[in-house]
Design a protein around this ligand. Structure first.
Ligand code: NAP
Length: 267
């Protein structure tokens, strides 16, 4: 990666823009001087500049002129305006990545020079810790080497796969929104621990690390989750109690498993 590392521009430094900047710097492959940021809000520009030491410019064309790869991370309703602003700086060889939910490649290309390569991407907020799921889909004029460069760069933020554009909205619901669903599960899991008397910080750690480990098992073993679940659930054990309660929609079901654990204690 270090050799042909593309210089980056991030247009729109809200929650996702910040997660992306932070993830690239955390990867150790990028230094602050490799990234320039354009953000419309002055207070936000100042915050990003001070926090990450990256150059925050007052004109998006300046950042795009500097960069090989421009990541547009503004809300879907501001995409037209953001693309019109950067279009004059899109010289041959420069690539645009759009992470806007629901915004098609066709829409993005309409506002950029005809030959500009565009990659539609759906990441999530876990870019920040280098563990994002990232789905990519290139415009048909994107060259193989350009796509490889985009995939190589985004791989610093997590796991990248290519999908057809018809799956991108679906990926938004799963990948983009997904962390929120998992946070709800972790919160419920941790609440159950607190209810049983664990200190809150300990309970959150237990719930979060257990979630992380379970997810890693699925990814690394390639086993079906049902098989992995079976490995944990012994007959008449604690897990099966929790699983039964969960299937009734009781997310705080860990209490059931704990009650069962008490019953199992040899007297
Ligand atoms: N949040 C997620 O988990 C997530 C996941 C995947 C994809 N996405 C996509 O990522 C994009 C950004 O989402 P977000 O959650 O980061 O939103 P956000 O926090 O609202 O950030 C967007 C930022 O871009 C700024 N902005 C607006 N127009 C601009 C322009 N023309 N040039 C430069 N900056 C501009 C906004 O400023 P103002 O506040 O002044 O408008 C805001 O600071 C969205 O398109 C969303 O669909 C989000």
């Amino acid at each position: 990666m270090s050799k042909n590392k593309p210089k980056l521009a991030v247009v729109g430094a809200g929650k996702m823009g910040e997660a992306i900047i932070s993830g690239f710097l955390k990867s150790g492959e990028y230094d602050p001087q490799d990234i320039q940021v354009f953000e419309i809000l002055k207070s936000r520009r100042e915050y990003i500049g001070q926090t990450y030491n990256v150059k925050c410019v007052g004109d998006s064309k300046e950042a795009v002129s500097f960069a090989d790869l421009t990541i547009v991370a503004v809300e879907p309703r501001h995409m037209k305006e953001a693309l019109e602003q950067i279009a004059p700086a899109m010289k041959p060889g420069k690539i645009v990545v759009s992470i806007a939910a629901g915004v098609t490649l066709e829409f993005v290309r309409k506002y950029l020079p005809k030959d500009a390569p565009v990659v539609r991407v759906m990441p999530n907020i876990t870019c920040r810790v280098g563990e994002a799921m990232i789905v990519v889909c290139p415009s048909e004029n994107t060259k193989k080497e350009e796509l490889e460069m985009v995939i190589g760069t985004l791989s610093l933020l997590g796991h990248v796969i290519r999908l057809d554009e018809r799956y991108l909205n679906l990926a938004t619901g799963m990948v983009g929104s997904g962390p929120a669903y998992i946070y709800l599960i972790i919160e419920a899991f941790a609440d159950a621990g607190v209810r049983m008397g664990l200190p809150k910080d300990v309970s959150i750690l237990l719930a979060a690390q257990t979630t992380l480990g379970a997810a890693k098992m699925v990814v690394e073993t390639g086993e079906h989750p049902a098989k992995l679940k079976d490995m944990v659930a012994t007959p008449a054990g604690t897990t099966v109690e929790g699983l039964l309660a969960l299937e009734e929609g009781k997310l705080r079901a860990v209490t059931k498993a704990a009650q069962r654990a008490k019953q199992l204690q040899p007297s």
